[in-house]
Every structure is written in C-alpha cells, then in structure tokens.
Design a protein around this ligand. Structure first.
Ligand code: SAH
Ligand code: SF4
Length: 377
C-alpha cells in the first residue's frame, strides 16, 4: 500500500484540531499563546513577513530553515536580517525545547534531558545500532497517566501533554546532535502517545511531510500500552506508521497486575484494534514484552504468548527489565534466552532489546526522575 493512497485528511483535524481525542486533561498548559514556529505553514509565514513589511521570499527562507535545514532558532537563520529575526522571535514561540544534559554510551548512543519553556523536563534518546543507523526515541508527555507498576515514567502520573511543537523540538534537538535526519523514529520515550493523540499526529505529520522534513512514515513506530481507542483512530487515519503494543503478559489477569485499570484494555479488544490497524495500513505489528523475574518470564508464559502473537501475526520484542520502581527484578540471561527460544521454535520473529550501557539513571524515564529529585531538593 503506498503512502500517497493514505494521504487523506486527518479525521481528527490534525494540527490545531478543536476536538481532542485524548481522554486525559492537558492539566498544565504548555507555555505561551504564541504559535510555535515549527508548526507554522508557508501561508502563515507569508502573512507574517507581510506584516513585518519584508519581501515575500523571506517566508520561503524561514520555512526552509525549519523544514529542510531543521533549524528553529531565529538567531541561526543567517540569511535573515537581525531585525527580522527579532520580529520572528516576537511573533512565534521558537526553541521551546532546550538540551539540559546528555549521557553517552560507548557506541555513540546518547540520552538527552530536555527542559521545556515552563521548566518541566522530558527525555529523548539517540540510539546507534551496530550498522551505524540512528534511531531517535521521543517522548510525548511529561510523566504518564497510565502508571505501569514497573515504569519510572509513570511513577508520579501525568504532569502535562507535550505540544506538537515540543515533540518536533525533540526531533530537531536530536537532528542537530547527529547533524542529519535519523534512519528511524520510535515513539517510546516518556508518556503514552495515544493519550496525546492530536499533538502526536500533528507532530508526526510535520516530521513526515514530503514537502518538509521528509522522514518516511514507514520509518516511524508508535509504541502504546494498548490504548485501543487510539489504535482505532490511527487505523482510520491510515498513515504508514508502524505500531508496537506493550503487551507484557499473554493474559488479562497478569496484565492487570502490571497496568492499572483506568487506561488498560482487554487483550481481546487489543487484538481486534490491531487487526483493524493492519487491514487499514498493511504495516507490521510488534508486541513489546518487559521481562520481569518470576512475574511473566516462565516458559509457560512464553507458550501462551506464542498463541497471542500468532493470532495477531506479530513480532515480539523482549525487553529485560531495567531497574526502576515497583520492586521488580530482571531475569538472568539464561531465562531470557529460554523465553526467546520458545517463541523462535514456534516461528515467531523475536528480538531481545540490547542494553546500551548508559551511565547510571539513564533507563527510560530515569534521567528525568533524577533531575526532578534534584529540582525539588
Ligand atoms: N507508553 C508507551 C511507550 C513508552 S514506554 C508504552 O508503554 O508502550 C516504551 C517501552 O518501555 C514500553 O514497552 C514499556 O513497557 C517499556 N518500559 C518501561 N519501563 C521499563 C523498565 N523499567 N524496564 C524495561 N522496559 C520498560
Ligand atoms: Fe506510561 Fe508506557 Fe511507562 Fe506504562 S510503560 S507508565 S504507558 S510510559
């Protein structure tokens, strides 16, 4: 199925939609009433330069800085006059995301702690594979309302949704570090992306705009804890983004001990929503499965997972638990391998997530948790 056949109008309205599909309160407001520069269309820039009494070709220059050169700081837009740069800063919210801290692994992967205009913080990461390909891992919320018992991101619930501009800001911050666009983007940082649906879709539409930042939609994977209303909305939207569902257990009872009830959906409902997504987009499905010692890591669980993965025609990505909250521990390597072997023998494509060897506190959500603790001291 080609991308162009799916470039129909976003039924949720996309950027600037009145109706927000997300069932969580965007409690705290992002920052200012100004339009974010990274979201401005060429038409909006044309009317801006007109009001600034500048020639209309300036609009194209500004658009190109952001979309093609991936620069959102007016001070770096060297072909604009200083006065136009100042007017741009007055008219639009620019550089709403700043890199506060980086933690590097030996293979070149790095985690970034980002501060937002209101002082909140999130993380994102650049993961470098053995073949040198870069994957950006982006966050969608400050905190997370789902509050899975093993996850640092959800420990204190949701603070606020990230705006679409902030999600793009994370992407641009990563681009500026590696000096180019990534090979892949995974929405697997802090937050439940489908509970910030409109802003997520708006940001990804911009990042994947064939006239703009040009990342192929097929290189994007959205990871969800299984929020089926959001999976169905993605299916209706029909974009070529890949879907990853954090299953963590082959049965609802075990899942319920890991994911609290408010945003948890039954496995049956998840399978139906995934089927709808597959039929609408043709994209592959991955189940993510955090392996927790003596909770969901036995061969018996693996055999039951085989049945669910077969029914969904899904790959499985095993994630040995990273030390966080909840009093869980990581199974040893033999147990992880034995679990993977059961899936492999049954013909399920399986990968085991490799540790990146970041320094302390660099697992998902932990850089932010440590920064928050320091802030509150
Ligand atoms: N909220 C989304 C995406 C972000 S989390 C989701 O849950 O899918 C990305 C992945 O990291 C999820 O599969 C999540 O379960 C996993 N994860 C969270 N905390 C973890 C931990 N302490 N150890 C290992 N994996 C973890
Ligand atoms: Fe939220 Fe995902 Fe963490 Fe669960 S695992 S608390 S959904 S970020």
């Amino acid at each position: 199925m080609s991308e162009s056949t799916h470039r129909k109008k976003n039924p949720s309205g996309g950027c600037g939609s009145e109706e927000n599909l997300s069932p969580v309160e965007n409690g705290k407001k992002a920052f200012s009433n100004k339009k974010e520069l990274v979201l401005a269309s060429e038409e909006e820039l044309v009317s801006f330069v007109k009001s600034a009494h500048e020639p209309s070709y300036r609009a194209k220059q500004i658009y190109e800085w952001v979309a093609l050169k991936r620069v959102c700081d007016p001070d770096k837009m060297t072909n604009l006059s200083v006065s136009l740069r100042e007017k741009l800063k007055e008219a639009f919210a620019c550089c709403t995301v700043k890199v506060a801290e980086t933690r590097s692994a030996q293979d070149g992967s790095c985690k970034l702690l980002l501060t937002l205009a209101d002082g909140e913080s999130v993380e994102c990461a650049i993961i470098v594979a053995r073949d040198g390909r870069n994957t950006f891992c982006l966050s969608t919320q400050v905190g997370c309302p789902v509050r899975c018992s093993f996850c640092a991101s959800g420990e204190h619930g949701l603070v606020r949704n990230l705006s679409a501009g902030e999600i793009i800001g994370e992407y641009l911050a990563c681009c500026s570090i590696i000096g180019k666009s990534p090979d892949n983007v995974v929405i697997m940082g802090i937050g439940e992306p489908l509970l910030n649906y409109d802003n997520l879709v708006c940001a990804l539409e911009k990042i994947c705009d064939p006239e703009g930042m040009k990342l192929s939609a097929r290189r994007v994977t959205i990871s969800t804890s299984g929020w089926t209303p959001g999976i169905r909305s993605l299916a209706k939207l029909g974009r070529q983004w890949n879907l990853a569902v954090s299953l963590h257990a082959p049965d609802d009872k075990t899942r319920a001990s890991l994911i609290p009830g408010k945003f948890r959906r039954d496995i049956r409902d998840i399978l139906e929503a995934c089927k709808m997504h597959r039929e609408a987009t043709g994209r592959l499905l991955t189940f993510e499965y955090v392996l927790l010692k003596d909770v969901n890591d036995s061969k018996e669980f693996a055999s039951r997972l085989v049945k669910v993965a077969k029914e969904a025609d899904a790959k499985v990505n095993l994630i040995p638990y990273n030390e966080a909250n909840g009093g869980f521990s990581r199974p040893d390597r033999e147990k992880v391998n034995a679990f993977a072997a059961v899936l492999e023998r049954a013909g399920i494509p399986v990968t085991v997530r490799v540790e990146k060897g970041f320094e302390a506190d660099a697992a998902c959500g932990q850089l932010r948790s440590s920064a928050e603790k320091r802030r509150k001291k």
